[in-house]
Design a protein around this ligand. Structure first.
Ligand code: IDC
Length: 457
């Protein structure tokens, strides 16, 4: 059944004859620094993480079908990073929970019906369920390690516990355990590969290096592991893009040691300010650092021939500087044309977009619900938003594609409507979005000439 569905999609994509630019294969892929849709357009994924109870039994949070619609329709976002857990997929050694994957599939259907793209993230924090963390099933490490573990706060300091370190070493060093991890992924791909909404897989959240040297952990350990995961996943879902994270050392400022990534890879780091993560709030003077780090991540992605997508960024609404923090993230991502996923769509007093009563937190939602380019017929995409004048600017190098440039324009940002300036291009307005025909370049010359589009009230 699943294989038949996959075959059908492949057939549909192959017969649409809609390859754009110099991308001969009419399918989703990564080319010239961006995810490309079958029409050859650059795709920017902007969305939210679905997390919280996803990390522990019963492994799903409050989100119902209406929540998926809200992400698309109220917030104008086009995607979700959907957390799953190895412990839920394979709770006992070699025993796979089909009912869990059915529940995941039900939610993928909701996302799909709402018009959202899904990246499936095999999440983990602090190794797994044997510690206070999530991810690996308990049976993957020695009970004595869990018994000897002394938890501390904040949560991420637990990574340095010698028992946690030993479990990571055990996982990476054991062909048998790696095989279980890969097989768990294969089963996820087999169950979900038939849903066109699923764009790809994020093999492991913020991988920790254990006792290995940070300097080449990615190149020496993660790259070969993820290559095997990619091969197993693509045996079931050949079209899935690989959203590959650097080790969590990247959050501490260590440049990546990856030399190569699988084909059709999206480099998928996270963007957090360390002091803000430590609970101190965000100091406005750190804005330049956030933007510079996103630029450095873009250079790493470029060196790897990958697209760039920030799988997590986010902050605690009540902490000082939250608006400036989220502004810096939007501006830094826009300057390099990256997609980004807010951490997280939850109801809480922390990172959640909603407070405990379910009301939107304006400090967050105001800075997240903004126009952005969803599909761009071109290369070298950048975008920016000026809050003071409610002006959105898109720049890119136009290139023939099989479809229009599409901007998400959340209605709440322009309650009295908006003007589009695109040098006289065809403008087709829809609810919450606008489609643009061919936009002529207005600056520079030759193949690098850039076009600019602006939205104003
Ligand atoms: C955090 C949750 C928090 C939870 C903790 C440990 O917000 O409630 O106690 O995980 O499970 C990450 C991780 C992501 C974190 C997030 C925010 O990938 O799981 O969620 N974060 O701290 N890396 C940097 C920040």
């Amino acid at each position: 059944m699943e294989r038949r569905r996959v075959a059908l999609i492949v057939l549909m994509l192959a017969s649409c004859g809609c390859g754009g630019g110099d991308s001969p294969e009419p399918r989703w892929q990564v080319a010239r620094g961006f995810i490309r849709d079958p029409e050859g357009r650059a795709v920017i994924l902007r969305g939210v993480n679905l997390s919280s109870v996803h990390k522990q039994k019963p492994y799903f949070d409050f989100h119902l079908e209406a929540d998926y619609r809200r992400i698309r329709e109220d917030w104008g976002m086009n995607s979700v990073r959907f957390l799953i857990e190895w412990a839920a997929v394979e709770p006992m050694r070699g025993v796979y929970d089909a009912a869990y994957l059915d529940e995941v599939a039900k939610r993928i259907e909701w996302a799909q019906a709402a018009g959202l793209w899904v990246v499936v993230d095999m999440h983990q924090d602090v190794y797994g369920e044997g510690f206070a963390g999530n991810g690996a099933p308990r049976w993957t490490c020695d009970e004595a390690r869990y018994a000897a573990y002394v938890p501390t706060t904040p949560w991420f300091l637990n990574y340095t516990d010698p028992n946690v370190v030993a479990c990571y070493d055990g996982l990476y060093g054991s062909a048998e355990l790696r095989g279980h991890f890969i097989e768990a992924w294969r089963r996820v791909a087999a169950r979900l590969g038939g849903y066109p909404a699923v764009l790809g897989f994020d093999p492991m959240n913020e991988p920790y290096w254990g006792s290995a040297p940070v300097s080449d952990f990615e190149a020496a350990t993660l790259a070969p592991l993820f290559a095997e995961v990619a091969a197993a996943v693509r045996g079931e879902a050949p079209h899935w893009l690989a959203f590959i994270e650097p080790a969590s050392s990247r959050n501490l400022g260590f440049a990546t040691s990856y030399q190569t990534l699988p084909k059709d890879a999206v480099y998928a780091p996270h963007s957090y300010d360390q002091a803000a993560e430590g609970g101190a709030g965000f100091v406005a003077s750190k804005r330049a650092d956030v933007i510079a780090n996103l630029a450095a991540l873009a250079r790493e992605a470029e060196g790897l021939g990958a697209a760039l997508w920030i799988g997590e960024y986010g902050g605690v609404a009540a902490n000082p500087g939250i608006r400036e923090y989220m502004d810096a993230q939007y501006d830094g991502a826009g300057a390099v044309g990256a997609g980004m996923m807010y951490w997280h769509y939850g109801k809480d007093g922390g990172y959640g977009l909603l407070d405990a009563t379910g009301a939107e937190k304006p400090e967050l939602v105001d800075t997240l619900v903004r126009p952005y380019p969803e599909r761009v017929a071109g290369d070298a995409v950048t975008y920016a938003w000026d809050e003071a004048t409610s002006t959105f600017t898109l720049t890119f190098v136009p290139r023939a594609a099989g479809g229009p440039t599409v901007l998400s324009v959340p209605a709440r940002r322009y309650p009295a409507g908006y003007q589009v300036a695109c040098g006289g291009c065809t403008v087709t307005r829809g609810t919450g979005r606008v489609e643009l025909g061919v936009v002529a370049p207005t600056a520079g010359a030759g193949s690098g000439a850039t076009a600019t589009v602006t939205l104003t009230p």
